[in-house]
Design a binder for this molecule. Structure first.
Ligand SMILES: CC(C)(COP(=O)(O)OP(=O)(O)OC[C@H]1O[C@@H](n2cnc3c(N)ncnc32)[C@H](O[C@H]2O[C@H](COP(=O)(O)OP(=O)(O)OP(=O)(O)O)[C@@H](O)[C@H]2O)[C@@H]1O)[C@@H](O)C(=O)NCCC(=O)NCCS
Ligand code: ADE
Length: 278
């Protein structure tokens, strides 16, 4: 073999893709402190779910992420992915007693796992994004036009925000242009995984039209969260000596306001998944 030949990217199996999704959902749950979100020791702004609810949900989704990566590998149409996702939502709800823990993560990480399955080997994040848009971008654009009956989707339409479906139809710009680069850059700078993940969560909150925040706090709630996240980053982020105290103060503030950036949490999990696989 020519010693100067470019190395062949290693292949990625559906099992590896799915396993990375499960580990990344756990990364997100375990990150602490988080503003309004559930951690291993805190319910955040939620009365109906805690760490056990999320752990049951994550375990219930193990097979789903592998299955949807397999569907991507065989070139399945969007409708097949959607059916797989809806089955997974039902499995999630059975595991959580009817609580919506990961509907957004099922959608977002499901599409990413299908895209990784379609490519079949480790590639740069932008190549994965291009595959997602090429294969299912048109179907996702049509999907985004359908009115949603979900709290987040209703809020997104009411306040003219970019819903999860609309974000997907654009190839998850917040994930690929903000969250993933912030996580990668933080680790290169020598931040701990926890510090880099916290900066990624806040950088995402600062720019994402998180429909959960709008559903819970209206436009004022969303804008408050975005401004607070921008202030945290501007003050030096998680690596600053005052970072931990500032993050804890924001966690308490969000609980008082009953705010919960669920979409930002899913985007953080997706950035952790990309960091594992790309
Ligand atoms: C396509 C769907 C996602 C629904 O479409 P829609 O566009 O209406 O989506 P949204 O309602 O805007 O968001 C749905 C969930 O996605 C997360 N999310 C929110 N904003 C964004 C965003 N800008 N970008 C990406 N993702 C976003 C968020 O999910 C997380 O939060 C939920 C938990 O928080 P909580 O506050 O508890 O929410 P609720 O329980 O609703 O409120 P309370 O009752 O507590 O007051 C949890 O879901 C997290 O994951 C949004 O909630 C999708 O639903 C769909 O159509 N699915 C079927 C097809 C499918 O899954 N296919 C897979 C492969 S194609
Ligand atoms: N840790 C978390 N807490 C609340 N909602 C979420 N949605 C996704 N992750 C979440």
């Amino acid at each position: 073999m020519n010693p100067r030949a470019a190395p062949v990217p290693e292949t990625l199996s559906a099992q590896e893709i799915g396993r990375a999704a499960v580990l990344s959902l756990y990364d997100e749950l375990a990150l602490s402190p988080k503003p309004g979100l559930v951690t291993l020791t805190c319910r955040g702004s939620h009365d109906d779910m805690d760490a056990k609810t999320f752990l049951r949900s994550i375990l219930a989704l193990r097979g789903y992420f592998v299955r949807i990566a397999e569907l991507g590998a065989v070139g399945a149409p969007f409708e097949a992915l959607e059916r797989c996702g809806i089955d997974a939502e039902a499995r999630m709800l059975r595991a959580t007693g009817g609580v919506n823990t990961h509907r957004g993560a099922i959608f977002m990480l499901g599409l990413l796992c299908a895209s990784a399955g379609a490519v079949g080997r480790r590639v740069a994040p932008e190549a994965l994004r291009a595959t997602l848009r090429m294969r299912w971008g048109e179907a996702l654009s049509k999907r985004a036009e359908r009115p949603s009956s979900l709290p987040g989707g209703i809020a997104a339409r009411r306040y003219q925000l970019r819903s999860a479906s609309a974000e997907a139809a654009l190839g998850f710009p917040t994930l690929f242009e903000t969250a993933a680069p912030v996580l990668r850059h933080g680790l290169v700078l020598g931040l701990s995984r926890t510090q880099a993940q916290l900066d990624t969560l806040f950088a995402t909150m600062a720019v994402l039209d998180d429909s959960n925040l709008a559903h819970r706090g209206g436009l004022p709630g969303l804008r408050h969260a975005q401004q607070a996240a921008r202030a945290f980053i501007a003050a030096g982020g998680a690596g600053h000596p005052d970072g931990p105290a500032a993050a804890e103060a924001m966690a308490q503030d969000f609980i008082r306001r009953r705010l919960s950036p669920g979409g930002s949490a899913d985007t953080l999990a997706a950035a952790c998944w990309l960091q594992r696989l790309c």
